[in-house]
Design a protein around this ligand. Structure first.
Ligand code: MRU
Length: 371
């Protein structure tokens, strides 16, 4: 998507053909900086410290990280070490494991001397497929937005905008391009459907306030940042027409795991009859799981993300401040699970599925267990 009219991607092979460049998301929204990843460890650190984040982008970065690791050691043991190192960086987003398994499985068939180059090319293919998937999600989701805009009669009111609420950042910064939850918004915006996005700030790391707001701003999509707790109130007053969120892992039964706080938005949406969609590519579906609350591992992150805030000062400098009473214990679960019963539909690259096993299997019949 565009920054000041110039198209960007979040990850690209560097000019040397041997490393990759990523946008350092820890510096956004106040500084736009690229960072070069040249080794397995640099890729692992980038994922762990959230220089790159968002389930699909983590997967692509891990695939490139595996390729970078193989430049040092392309033996079977080298593959295992790289996969273990990268898989341990973040436990919840299944795209990470999916991408590593895909590359590693193919590598065993490749001559040791050619493995690094093969893995680098395969990572590039995963990146391209992610762009295509996200664009398709955008087209399917935009059709929902267009229908809603019409069904509510907004097309008859000059300038009446469709209000979409989103949580965290599931935009192009969380993928390679387009995004998942934001892809329908970009496609609708480009098709001339007037959309306005309410952006949850998304404490504790503020991916909404920092990243979603940055990318919508840069692409020229009307939006308003709200405190996380404002969504329910806005829904009660008819200010939200539809919610769309991303996902880090969705079960075969349609339970949607996403950034902490998503579940509360789904509860509020259900109470106010606001449609609640999750947008995700096939690589986010964990076909081995059927009960998201019981089975999805939830990443517990450093309590400092809750107790401290970093931001820009009036003089342009940066500062980290403490916001919690000193000495109080802090907990920081990074994700939660929205049960399928609260999800209106799952927007995928193949179309929109009901949030249940049959709905997902109707889009992915190849996953139907053989009798
Ligand atoms: O901890 P993060 O920033 O990696 O979490 C990201 C989210 O929860 C996104 O909403 C989710 O990954 C969907 S990304 C397309």
């Amino acid at each position: 998507m565009n920054i000041d009219g110039k198209p960007y991607r979040t990850i690209l092979p560097a000019a040397d053909g041997e490393s990759v460049e990523v946008i350092d998301q820890t510096r956004l929204p106040f500084a736009f900086e690229l960072k070069r990843l040249a080794t397995l460890d640099e890729a692992a650190i980038a994922i762990r410290t959230m220089i790159v984040r968002g389930a699909p982008l983590i997967g692509v970065t891990a695939a490139y990280g595996l390729a970078l690791g193989l430049r040092r050691d392309a033996s079977d043991a080298g593959i295992d070490h790289a996969v273990e190192t990268l898989a341990a960086t973040r436990p919840t987003a299944i795209n990470l494991r999916w991408a590593l398994d895909r590359v590693a499985a193919k590598l065993r068939e490749v001559a040791v001397s050619e493995r690094a180059a093969f893995a680098f090319a395969e990572a590039g293919r995963i990146a391209e497929e992610d762009v295509e998937s996200c664009h398709a999600i955008g087209r399917h989701g935009a059709a929902i937005l267009a229908d809603l805009h019409k069904a509510k009669g907004y097309d008859k009111e000059e300038g009446r905008r469709l209000n979409v609420l989103t949580h965290c950042n599931a935009g192009w910064l969380a993928t390679v391009d387009w995004g998942t939850a934001l892809a329908p918004i970009y496609v609708a915006h480009e098709a001339g459907i007037p959309v306005h996005v309410y952006v949850d700030e998304t404490r504790p790391r503020n991916q909404g306030a920092a990243l979603t707001a940055f990318e919508l701003n840069a692409h020229g999509v009307p939006h308003t940042v709200i405190a996380d707790n404002a969504g329910g109130h806005l829904m009660q007053h008819g200010a939200i027409d539809v919610c769309i969120v991303g996902s880090d892992r969705t079960t075969a039964s349609g339970d949607v795991c996403n950034k902490i706080g998503t579940y509360l938005k789904a509860l509020a949406a259900s109470d106010n009859r606001v449609p609640f969609y999750a947008a995700l590519p096939f690589s986010t579906i964990d076909w081995t799981l059927t009960d998201g609350v019981a089975q999805i591992p939830i990443e517990e992150r450093d309590g400092r993300e809750v107790s401290h805030l970093t931001g820009r000062l009036a003089d342009g400098g940066f500062a980290t401040i403490e916001v919690v009473s000193p000495g109080s214990p802090v907990a920081n679960p990074a994700f939660d699970v929205t049960p399928a019963r609260l999800v209106t539909g799952i927007i995928t690259e193949r179309g929109v599925a009901s949030a249940n096993a049959e709905g997902l299997l109707s889009l992915y019949p190849e996953r139907r267990p053989v009798a």
